[in-house]
Design a protein around this ligand. Structure first.
Ligand code: PHE
Length: 347
């Protein structure tokens, strides 16, 4: 048998094997065996140096041709096998479109956001506008314009985080009063606004203190506003929040930016005023600070206190929520324990 016939037979045999092969591994074995370094074709090509000069190119060309044909057949089979493997995998991955979907957990509004929105709605219904202030404030608006000059002892209760001597994290929402008053166009009527937001104090966190909490500021300025307006407004709002049966009580107090100033109490909603641990057996619960805007504060904002008067109040959102839901630790609001937050899913 000459070389040519040998190669011819090899081709037939290997082609046959390729046809019958079932796996990529088997196919690769065949490739290595037939075309690899130790394979018969490589052997033939190596042995060519012993051939005569006339035979050498003929045999060489033939051997190359056989090698190319086999390589091509192997490649084709490889693609077929790969396609099959993919189809098999797809066939196994059946998709049952009737299966129920994965449940997406729905979030809920944070209890403080809910309280804030509820109070905003009450004031919106009375024609107030909602104003946003700045959490980073200046000493000027946070203190000076609120009638708390640098030496004022009341500043001690409102120590805060200073960014520079002049820039600080606001200690209350009251600076929004000054910012709104100085811009308001009184030729178009009086001013009624609330401003909810975050405030900061240098406090050590415990069950009843937080270095960061939320207030809602309220401000009404117009001609002829009296303390009667303040009391009527707060009574209306507090009844909306704590129930129609509630009564309010004003006690004299002090704030540098209001004169007179009052502390507002609500009759205890737990014991109806009889005395219990929530109201500390007094029948009353303190809920906010308020007062008539100090003439000096009006003047500093360019408002004539002989023509205009107004009232202001500031309430703590956490305090309202804690009282209403008997929450005994302020830190629950901020630590994002879902067991706590989820209790307010259906309010
Ligand atoms: N700014 C006061 C505080 O944070 C609350 C307040 C606001 C009192 C408006 C009176 C009028 O304690």
């Amino acid at each position: 048998m000459n070389l040519k016939e040998e190669l011819q037979n090899l081709r037939l045999r290997v082609s046959q094997q390729i046809k019958q092969v079932k796996t990529l591994k088997e196919l690769d074995d065949i490739r290595v065996e037939a075309l690899g370094k130790k394979g018969p074709i490589t052997q033939v090509l190596r042995g060519m140096k012993d051939l005569s000069a006339t035979k050498r190119p003929v045999v060489g060309a033939f051997a190359n041709e056989i090698r190319d044909i086999l390589a091509m057949q192997i490649e084709e089979k490889k693609q077929t096998l790969e396609r099959q493997a993919l189809n098999d995998a797809l066939a196994q991955e059946t998709l049952d479109v009737t299966l129920p979907g994965k449940k997406v957990k729905r979030g809920i509004r944070h209890i403080l956001s809910q309280i804030q929105e509820e109070i905003e709605d009450i004031f919106l219904s009375m024609g107030y506008k909602i104003v946003e202030g700045y959490e980073v404030e200046s000493d000027h608006y946070n203190f000076e314009r609120m009638n708390l000059p640098k030496s004022h002892p009341a500043r001690d209760m409102q120590d805060t985080f200073y960014i520079s001597e002049e820039i600080l994290l606001r200690t209350h929402t009251s600076p929004v009063q000054a910012r709104v008053m100085e811009k308001h166009d009184f030729t178009k009527g009086g001013l009624r606004m609330i401003s909810p937001g975050r405030v900061f104090r240098r406090d050590t966190d415990d069950a009843t203190h937080s270095h960061q909490f939320h207030q809602i500021e309220g401000l009404v300025i117009d001609k002829g506003i009296t303390m009667g307006d303040l009391k009527g407004t707060l009574e209306f709002v507090i009844k909306k929040i704590f129930g129609e049966k509630r009564q309010i009580r004003l006690r004299p107090s002090f704030f540098p930016f209001t004169e007179p100033s009052v502390e507002v109490d609500v009759s205890c909603f737990k014991c109806e005023g009889k005395g219990c641990n929530i109201c500390k057996y007094t029948g009353w619960i303190e809920i906010l600070g308020a007062g008539m805007v100090h003439p000096k504060v009006l003047k500093m904002s360019g408002i004539d206190p002989k023509v205009y008067a107004g009232f202001a109040f500031g309430l703590g959102q956490e305090r309202i929520a804690m009282l209403r839901f008997s929450i005994n630790d302020i830190r629950y609001f901020y630590t994002n324990d879902m067991r706590f937050l989820r209790q307010f899913a259906r309010l």
